[in-house]
Design a protein around this ligand. Structure first.
Ligand SMILES: Cc1cc2nc3c(=O)[nH]c(=O)nc-3n(C[C@H](O)[C@H](O)[C@H](O)COP(=O)(O)O)c2cc1C
Length: 194
């Protein structure tokens, strides 16, 4: 199996981290993100690498608070609390990808699609460097409440840009089941050849 296929099949979501990630590794991961293809080569993304643990903690607290305060997500909040109350699982770094706001649903869908490719490229790069990683959509919660603008500014989002997706990074904690790879069952029935 070649190295790319191996990285694709071995990559897994880690949900327990220990240890720090070097800035050099973070740079390699971020640069794998910006090497992604994009529709019309628009490259409509802004990649923010967060290593400030105080800020990561603030984002996590804000996200959980917004989850708790919304009646529609209260049950999800309770579930997360019963599983340890973590959105970021002790990640050493968080990379947030921001995308431009638009009135056009097609433009938002296109930017989100591009954003998904960026985050998967970064996840694969991280995995190939031996880093634990987790694509994290729930980080959006930090930008969903009344402090959304404050956090967008703290992260240096461009004017009218929004959260797209994020990637949690750290050394996967192999002493915890949540940090270990799980056996993945591939459903080949999803593929048809015509
Ligand atoms: C768009 C997207 C958003 C995700 N958001 C979260 C998240 O907020 N929290 C989390 O723990 N996992 C999140 N995941 C990880 C998925 O739960 C995970 O990929 C899936 O369970 C399959 O497991 P695997 O990545 O180990 O193959 C997300 C994955 C994707 C693609």
């Amino acid at each position: 199996m070649n190295e790319v296929i191996k990285a694709i099949s071995d990559r897994y979501t880690a949900r327990a981290f220990s240890g720090a990630v070097s800035i050099e590794d973070l740079q390699v991961v971020a640069e794998a993100g910006i090497a992604s293809p994009s529709a019309y080569n628009k490259q409509q993304w802004q990649i923010v690498v967060i290593t400030d643990h105080g800020l990561i903690n603030e984002l996590e607290v804000e996200g959980l608070e917004n989850l708790k305060n919304n009646p529609a997500t209260r049950a999800q909040y309770e579930r997360i609390i019963s599983r340890g109350g973590k959105l970021f699982y002790g990640a050493s770094a968080v990379i947030v990808i921001a995308i431009p706001e638009s009135d056009s649903e097609d433009s938002v869908a296109s930017a989100l699609l591009d954003c998904g490719i960026v985050v998967e490229n970064m996840a694969l790069a991280a995995h190939s460097l031996g880093l634990g990683n987790c694509i994290c959509g729930l980080a959006k919660l930090a930008f969903s409440g009344e402090n959304a603008q404050y956090f967008k500014q703290r992260l240096g989002f461009k004017e009218s840009w929004n959260f797209g997706i994020s990637l949690l990074l750290g050394v996967a904690d192999l002493n915890s089941e949540s940090g270990c790879p799980r056996k993945r069952t591939l459903d080949n029935s999803k593929i048809t050849y015509v």
